[in-house]
Ligand binder design. Structure first.
Ligand code: SF4
Length: 201
């Protein structure tokens, strides 16, 4: 895992893959940037410790309608989120070669990154970045997912310590869909907002 970002390589490889990129040293700078970019919009958030740590819900709520099931849980909120023009989430694994990996249980988060919004922002801390797609996939499976299971206190073998995946067959398994974005899907804009500090998991 890299603790510092190779900005030049990330910019080159993600932009070659048709993603927009932006780079910030701190989460506060990234939040200010998103506040300036997103105004008067219907915005939805994916479940994300990164966004929580940034305080982004309150920051964007000043000038937008923000829909977040972590703020208002329930199926109605998830249904409302499907109409948002802007979607903001993080990624579970990011490759320096220009791919984004997300693992989902309910599917709402990965679905919104594939079809629906006009633009998706992925806010990514330096701790999410790996050297290639294989390592990013491994990070998503063996680091992000067990830590999320631990946070959710799921009845899965990984949730006790959050240290590794057991590829379980539990009913409570949170890993049900793995999406690799190699490029933004056709007709959708996507920007990766890199933050050079540890954010989320
Ligand atoms: S597959 Fe099961 S054991 Fe592995 S991280 Fe997901 S929930 Fe945990």
């Amino acid at each position: 895992m890299n603790n510092r970002m190779n900005q030049e390589m990330l910019k080159k490889n993600f932009e070659e893959h048709e993603f927009e990129t932006s780079f910030f040293e701190t989460k506060e700078q990234a939040a200010d940037y998103l506040k300036a970019q997103v105004k008067g919009q219907k915005v939805a958030f994916g479940g994300s410790v990164t966004l929580q740590e940034m305080g982004l819900f309150n920051a964007l709520s000043e000038e937008n309608e923000v829909i977040w099931h972590w703020n208002e849980p329930g199926p109605e909120t998830l249904a409302k989120a499907r109409d948002a023009r802007i979607y903001i989430t993080s990624a579970n694994g990011v490759s320096e070669t220009g791919e984004l990996v997300n693992i989902d249980g309910t599917g709402n988060r990965v679905a919104q990154t594939l079809y629906g919004p006009e633009k998706v922002y992925f806010v990514v801390g330096a701790n999410k970045i790996e050297k290639d797609l294989s390592a990013a996939l491994s990070r998503a499976r063996n680091v992000a997912a067990p830590l999320n299971a631990k946070r959710l206190k799921t009845n899965t073998p990984c949730s006790r310590t959050g240290e590794r995946c057991f590829d379980c067959s539990s009913e409570a398994r949170i890993c049900r869909a793995t999406v690799i974005l190699e490029r933004p899907t056709r007709g959708m804009k996507a920007e990766v907002v890199f933050v050079n500090e540890t954010l989320g998991y």
